[in-house]
Design a protein around this ligand. Structure first.
Ligand code: UD1
Ligand code: UDP
Length: 382
């Protein structure tokens, strides 16, 4: 029997981190010819992940431009992927999450009448403009895909509420698979400033912030809140690997440069990021991925957004929505810095997003869908 041609398509840092273990899993299956295509919507931040996981894509569209717009990303992906899909004719295209690459990848495959599998399916805020454009991207991919790999049972219910009832699998999130390979007790950071930090004597707060809907006033407020926390708490060391977006770089440096307990550093590679998180006191972020990783490491998270499509860890008590108003953010961080009981209530390890076996389940589900395996995988039960 011919091998099943499965093409993974991704382009940004988070997609790469979450698809890397799946690429490895597919490569290990005899029944599968695994082909990897990157759009390189991100260049440096993508390459860093590819290097760590030792992935050499067969196709690289290299589309990134400085300050790119949603339309340029989408149109360059569509045109580039059309050629790749026509050349390879995969049996299945796997896309991940909710970026412009994800949407364009699913649409380009649909135009070639190639089956689409959506990894990290069914996350919803039900607000079309928040996160923007991600909420609409994932909803549109939900319509385009035939296979939906939902991290949690709640994600599955979201799709069912939209009338999507076939090809649903609850698998856990592949990020938990990735996390199991990166964190090490005596990890040595490439960045020496991180080796020198006093993780016991100081309170290391790990910050990331990059979302488009936070550009402008919300991001100004977030940065002002961070500056106030750093100024009024000398025990705090605030470590902020700044996203390479020119908008974010400008805002972060203008508000935070010159504070001696704020460390604005370049984006970390994923191993460094996971190990820094494991040593931190608190995570403050508008990132999706960090909301999944930090709870697994027992780290409280304040989410710098008004909503989240990841309510499971909020329900488990390890994540709180801090919003984007300066006073609210400062107030919630100060509670955790000054009230040990409040901190202890949030700082326990929970794993609502996965058990490290998501990739195995996804590969099994793919084989089952194409008749190469008798039974679908047992669902992940969080
Ligand atoms: C994108 C995704 C977002 C995801 C985020 C992860 C969309 C619409 N947004 O947002 O869902 O959460 O990635 O980080 O798909 N840049 C570089 N080098 C890099 C990466 C980015 O220089 O390696 C700069 C470029 O100037 C680029 C800009 O950052 O134009 C913005 O990148 P873009 O992919 O458009 O948006 P993100 O905010 O990264
Ligand atoms: N990450 C990283 N280095 C950094 C910042 C983030 O490796 O400097 C990782 C993080 O651990 C998570 C992923 O990138 O796995 C999240 O990506 P990002 O915040 O860019 O996107 P989102 O998850 O919000 O879509």
């Amino acid at each position: 029997m011919n091998k099943l041609k499965v093409m993974t398509v991704f382009g940004t840092r988070p997609e790469a981190i979450k698809m890397a273990p799946l690429v490895k899993e597919l490569e290990s299956r005899d029944e599968v010819e695994s082909i990897c295509c990157v759009t390189a919507q991100h260049r440096q931040m993508l390459d860093s992940v590819l290097n760590i996981f030792g992935i050499r894509p067969q196709f690289d569209l290299d589309i990134m431009e400085q300050s790119q717009t949603l339309s340029t990303i989408t149109s360059k992906c569509l045109l580039g992927l059309e050629k790749v899909f026509q050349q390879v004719r995969p049996d299945l295209v796997l896309v991940h999450g909710d970026t412009s690459t994800t949407f364009a990848g699913a649409l380009a495959a649909f135009y070639q009448q190639i089956a689409v599998g959506h990894v990290e399916a069914g996350l919803r805020t039900w607000d079309r403009y928040s996160p923007f454009p991600e909420e609409m991207n994932r909803a549109m991919v939900g319509r385009l895909a035939q296979l939906h790999f939902c991290p949690t049972a709640a994600n599955r219910r979201n799709l069912e509420a939209e009338g999507i009832t076939k090809g649903l699998y609850v698998t856990g999130n592949t990020v938990i698979d990735a996390l199991q390979t990166t964190v090490a007790e005596n990890f040595n950071f490439g960045e020496d400033a991180l080796n020198r930090l006093d993780y016991q004597g100081k309170r290391v707060i790990l910050v990331t912030c990059h979302r488009r809907e936070n550009y402008g006033a919300p991001m100004e407020d977030i940065m002002a809140a961070l500056a106030r926390i750093a100024r009024s708490h000398r025990s705090v060391e605030l470590v902020y690997p700044v996203h390479l977006s020119p908008v974010v770089q400008e805002c972060a440096h203008r508000n935070l440069d010159g504070l001696d307990n704020v460390h604005l550093i370049a984006p970390l590679d994923v191993e460094e990021m996971h190990n820094l998180m494991a040593r931190s006191f608190l995570v403050m972020t508008d990132s999706g991925g960090l909301q999944e990783e930090a709870p697994a490491l027992g780290k409280p998270v304040l989410v710098l957004r008004k909503e989240t499509e990841r309510p499971e860890a909020v329900q488990a008590g390890t994540v709180k929505l801090a919003g984007v108003c300066r006073d609210d953010i400062v107030g919630m961080a100060e509670e955790l810095l000054t009230d040990p009981a409040a901190y202890a209530r949030m700082a326990h390890a929970v794993n609502p997003y996965g058990d490290g076996r998501a990739c195995r389940r996804i590969a099994d589900a793919v084989l089952c869908h194409f008749g190469r395996l008798d039974r679908p995988p047992e669902p992940f039960e969080g």
